[in-house]
Design a protein. Structure first.
Length: 401
């Protein structure tokens, strides 16, 4: 019998790291963080650093939403190429967005050292290769744009990619110096535990039912019954914000990922490199800290979880077929297959900011392939929000842009 896990790899690998109580009594705080994934854990960390009495709630087990399904590739490259983003929002906003994502990787590294993480943070390069000959012209344009604005990049021809990485059937690509990988599921848990010891109150299986706005505070009623009186609310609920906000600001996508059996020797060429290509949707690939190959892709519109998960076997075959194009002689032994849902915006940027219909509230919604690095930028932006200050990127990440 051939059995493979359809649970996210990180969830199975790490098991039950921590368990928190549900809310059973009325509480008060300065800041209520709604959402207990990687974004919520980062924002809660910032709030505690700033000295605010903070409560975090999640309707599921902590980190069991998108954070358990992420591939945790930390890149500064946004889903929309830099030269294209410049045309969409202007030079200043595009370049600063890319630089913010780059700086976020450095911030995450500092955080991992501060909390003494065991989440396998590792600095890596990034290879972005052309999978079709017609993609070379615009990819070289992207290379020139990144080089112009100070990003450390190098162009590799197809022969150089084959020599260095063993990949066939590519047409050249960009190697970026700045990148990293991590186990975001474990890291988020570690951040929460670090801050719990410093006074952060955490409640899982606690869902917000309604909120009433009063002068100077919000009163949140949970489905459990108890209420939380909070001066400010910060929503870190990712794609589930679609259920809260009525406008059409993000498209939901399903993405699929597979992880191989452990084989340290086979993946030596890309152990220190994140890999992705110019396909639409693109394929992305990295190694894990325990010697596996993780590949993702096959993105398509999300309709419901049942239909998404019914495609697991089909998507596994599609992803392996894509891998075969660049590694024809390599046999991939699948250990885990899973699917996740993420949000895709028109410009590849997140939605971080205030919303006209939600008083005393702030949203940190890190959509796209840069959800984690955008969330790190959201830490600084949330900190400024609490002090009634504006962040330079606020105008580019706002609702209604």
């Amino acid at each position: 019998m051939d059995l493979k896990s359809n649970e996210p790899f990180w969830l199975v690998k790490n098991g039950l790291i921590a368990s928190y109580p549900s809310l059973k009594s009325d509480e008060e705080c300065d800041v209520l963080v709604i959402g207990g994934g990687i974004t919520g854990s980062l924002i809660a960390h910032q709030m505690r650093q700033d000295g605010y009495q903070t409560i975090l709630i999640d309707k599921r087990e902590i980190c069991n939403g998108s954070t358990s399904a992420t591939t945790s590739m930390l890149q500064y490259e946004i889903d929309v190429p830099l030269y294209e983003l410049i045309n969409l929002i202007g030079e200043k906003g595009a370049v600063e967005s890319y630089k913010a994502c780059s700086g976020s990787i450095d911030t995450i590294e500092k955080l991992t050292k501060e909390i003494k993480t065991e989440a396998g943070f590792k600095r890596k390069r990034s290879l972005y290769f052309a999978s079709k000959k017609k993609d070379v012209s615009w990819l070289k344009k992207e290379f020139e744009a990144r080089k112009k604005y100070g990003f450390e990049v190098k162009w590799l021809e197809a022969e150089e990619i084959q020599k260095e990485f063993g990949f066939q059937n590519t047409y050249g690509g960009i190697v970026s110096k700045q990148g990293a990988s991590i186990d975001a599921f474990k890291f988020a848990h570690e951040l929460l535990e670090f801050n719990r010891k410093k006074g952060l109150a955490i409640f899982d299986k606690t869902e917000m039912k309604s909120v009433k706005y009063y002068k100077g505070y919000n009163l949140v009623t949970t489905t459990n019954g108890p209420q939380i009186k909070a001066k400010k609310l910060i929503y870190c609920i990712g794609y589930e914000s679609k259920n809260l906000l009525k406008e059409n600001f993000v498209d939901l996508k399903s993405t699929y990922a597979i992880v191989s059996e452990i084989d340290h020797d086979k993946f030596k060429n890309i152990t220190n490199t994140l890999v992705w290509n110019t396909d639409e949707p693109y394929m992305y690939m990295r190694t894990t800290d325990d010697g596996r190959l993780l590949i993702g892709g096959g993105d398509e519109d999300f309709y419901d979880a049942g239909k998404r998960d019914a495609l697991l076997n089909k998507k596994e075959k599609e992803i392996i077929k894509t891998l075969k194009k660049i590694k024809p002689d390599y046999h991939f032994y699948t250990d885990f297959v899973w699917a996740g849902t993420f949000g895709e915006t028109k410009d590849g940027l997140p939605y971080i900011g205030e919303h006209k219909n939600f008083k005393n509230s702030y949203f940190v919604l890190g959509f796209g392939g840069n959800g984690i690095t955008f969330s790190v930028t959201g830490m600084e932006m949330s900190s400024k929000f609490m002090k009634n200050k504006k962040h330079p990127l606020s105008r580019y990440f706002k609702f209604g842009r």
